[in-house]
Ligand binder design. Structure first.
Ligand code: PMP
Length: 375
């Protein structure tokens, strides 16, 4: 950014997160931002319409603390209301959490080097030093490297992991999360479970035992509500109260009435939730097998996306060719993963179309000599 005295110096230095392309016109198969290919439960639509139609509803501010939604989430997970916090998407909760828990002078926040890129952005926003912990050669989170980093740093600001990790899709067993918690008892360990409903193991059951655990989930993926913007966090009351302090120093009403009503309805329809997440996991198995048959290396995924690379074709070029065929996938120009594509698992039909187009693309794209030498 060019220097402008009207703008705070810190803001001039920010490097914001770049979300995947969100085209406003139709006709594209969107497999680039891990949205759910199915619509939300019909009950969600009914409740949102009823809320919007209720007398004066939208003229009045919503409940600032989303009490009924927090109670619904608590009941769904067998927790108390004071163990639940909700926010305008889990991104907002992550921002509040970084502010509430990780600003400890120059202490470094331990984050895998390959993970959700927003964590580094929040570090810059809040002036937190990110201490990147390398994932192993298979792009798996390396617990020994976390232990070594914690020892080397001395005072750490906390730990953040996504489980399953993004963009790799790898799920950590609960024993690994427990190891992170016991390794760092005096700092918060934030476990971002955005994709946990697609086969991961949730740490919510550990919250009673670990005062330093904060679990963050979202309704954007498994509940098909990315457009409504609702996320939630689970932790012991002291952590929840800290999040409320930050939230109430930032925006009293993060969730509108329609979001609160729709989110509650989503938790009321467990059969629909089960059916759609099972369908996505089944399609993921099919898609992974097809990609492997086309010669891709596909990392094992417990998320609603797969992370794959081809030993002979350049990933950026493949993404560009798919784009020409109206299919969006995500490619990161980033060290260690620049030859991978992250592909959202769609419906069976969408996955079938992707495979068909990929077959044609692979038949027409020249192999990349650098990749061929590597392979
Ligand atoms: N965490 C991870 C790992 C994600 O991939 C995403 C989605 N981009 C989020 C959090 C944020 O999701 P949302 O704000 O839609 O809840």
């Amino acid at each position: 950014m060019t220097h402008n005295t009207l703008i705070s110096p810190k803001v001039q230095e920010l490097q914001p997160y770049q979300p995947g392309e969100q085209p406003q016109s139709g006709g594209l198969l969107k497999l680039n931002t891990n949205e759910n290919p199915y619509p939300p439960s019909p009950r969600v639509i009914e409740r949102i319409c009823a809320e919007a139609a209720a007398d004066r509803s939208l003229a009045l501010y919503p409940d600032p603390e989303s009490e009924r939604l927090c109670e619904t989430i608590a009941a769904c997970h067998g927790l108390a209301r004071d163990q639940v916090f909700v926010g305008n998407g889990s991104d907002e909760i992550l921002a509040h959490a970084f502010c509430a828990f990780f600003q400890h002078g120059n202490a470094g926040l331990l984050i895998p080097d390959v993970t959700y890129n927003f964590y580094k952005v929040y570090c810059r926003l809040f002036g937190i030093r990110a201490e990147l912990v390398p994932v192993d050669a298979g792009l798996r989170i390396d617990l020994d490297a976390f232990a070594a980093a914690a020892r080397a740093c001395g005072d750490i600001a906390g730990v953040v992991v996504a489980n399953p990790n993004a963009p790799t899709g790898e799920g950590l067993p609960l024993a690994a999360v427990q190891r992170l918690l016991t390794m760092n008892p005096s700092r918060v360990v934030l476990v971002d479970e955005a994709y946990v409903d697609f086969g991961g193991q949730s740490a919510i059951g550990l919250v009673a035992q670990y005062p330093n655990l904060l679990v963050v989930q979202t309704l954007s993926k498994s509940r098909a509500l990315a457009g409504l913007r609702v996320g939630f966090a689970i932790g012991q009351p002291a952590l929840i109260e800290a999040l409320q302090r930050v939230k109430n120093s930032f925006n009293s009403y993060p969730l509108g009435r329609l979001a609160q009503a729709g989110a509650m309805a989503a938790f009321d329809d467990q059969p629909y939730f089960e059916q759609t997440r099972q369908a996505i996991m089944a399609t993921r198995g099919w898609l992974s097998a097809k990609l492997i048959a086309l010669g891709f290396e596909v990392l094992p995924s417990q998320a609603n996306f797969v992370f794959a690379r081809h030993p002979r074709y350049d990933a950026q070029q493949l993404a560009a060719r798919l784009r020409e065929a109206n299919i969006l996938v995500r490619h990161f120009r980033q060290a260690r993963i620049e030859q991978f594509l992250r592909i959202t698992v769609g419906t069976d039909e969408q996955a079938g179309h992707l495979v068909q187009v990929l077959e044609q693309v692979l038949a027409n794209v020249p192999t990349d000599p650098r990749r061929t030498a590597e392979a």
